[in-house]
Ligand binder design. Structure first.
Ligand code: MLT
Length: 261
């Protein structure tokens, strides 16, 4: 598998012992979006939160940003840590990456939790929009896309000038242009995951924000409906970032799921 040959060593945070759980952040964030869950769940489980290639403190190669490349880096990290199977928790693009792992390395996935994500591929319009944004990032850096995302990722009640919004904005503007442009093109190239999920035979949880403008209730409901036996928890007062907007409710949903395994 070519992606395994070009996998890189990811920077990651780790807390606790027990059932391994890998928290996969979305686009264009880093592992610190999971800080509240790392602290709250690290007492009961072995929590691992990597920075994906191109983000946070991980290296940013010039290319290799398909969902399979991201997943291969995580499988390589699990190898380094001596972990055979982990629960994969994927936020948004992290969900697309988890779906790629289910196709390519299903034996490394003990169970899945999908947070604010969905199973469909990009529409032709969305692919074009991603290509334009990727060109713009390569030319002018990541600040435009970070600024635009600030208006869509939070529930309306979140103060756009407050400390939470500032913290997330700071993460986004620190992402590398190679990583942001690469991930945009990688997301545009991802396949339809609906068939993958229809055939899933492992435990699954879907968490969605009741006020997520980017994903929307229809896509979240569709995702939960595709997976045999999946539980769906809708978090009130959360947009696209339930783990930081409503950290306790997100942690509770994850804890109940992890304890059931
Ligand atoms: C994410 O949060 O990972 C992205 O918004 C996902 C996407 O653009 O499809």
């Amino acid at each position: 598998m070519p992606e395994r040959q070009t996998a890189i060593h990811l920077h990651y945070a780790e807390a606790g012992h027990g059932l391994p759980v890998v928290l996969v952040h979305g686009f264009p964030f880093d592992h610190t979006i999971w800080d509240a869950q790392m602290i709250a769940l690290g007492g009961s489980f072995r929590m691992i939160a990597p920075d994906l290639r191109g983000f946070g403190e991980s290296a940013a190669p010039e290319d290799g940003y398909t969902m399979e490349h991201f997943a291969a880096d995580i499988v390589t990290l699990l190898d380094r840590l001596g972990i055979d199977r982990a629960v994969w928790v994927g936020h948004s693009m992290g969900g697309y990456i988890t779906m790629a792992a289910l196709r390519r390395w299903p034996q490394r996935v003990r169970a899945v939790a999908f947070v604010a994500t969905h199973a469909r591929p990009d529409t032709p319009e969305k692919k074009l929009q991603r290509e334009t944004s990727a060109d713009n990032v390569t030319r002018s850096g990541v600040s435009d896309i970070a600024f635009t995302m600030m208006s869509t990722i939070f529930a309306p009640a979140v103060d756009r000038q407050g400390p939470l919004a500032q913290r997330i904005y700071d993460i986004m503007i620190q992402a590398s242009p190679a990583g942001v442009a690469g991930a945009l093109r990688g997301m545009a190239a991802r396949p339809d995951s609906r068939e993958t999920l229809r055939g899933l035979k492992i435990p699954a949880l879907v968490i969605s924000g009741a006020e997520d403008e980017l994903i929307g209730a229809e896509l979240a409901d569709e995702l939960a409906g595709l997976i045999p036996g999946a539980r769906h928890v809708v978090i009130p007062g959360a947009g696209h970032m339930p783990m930081v907007e409503q950290p306790d409710a997100t942690t509770d949903a994850l804890r109940e799921f992890l304890e059931s395994l």
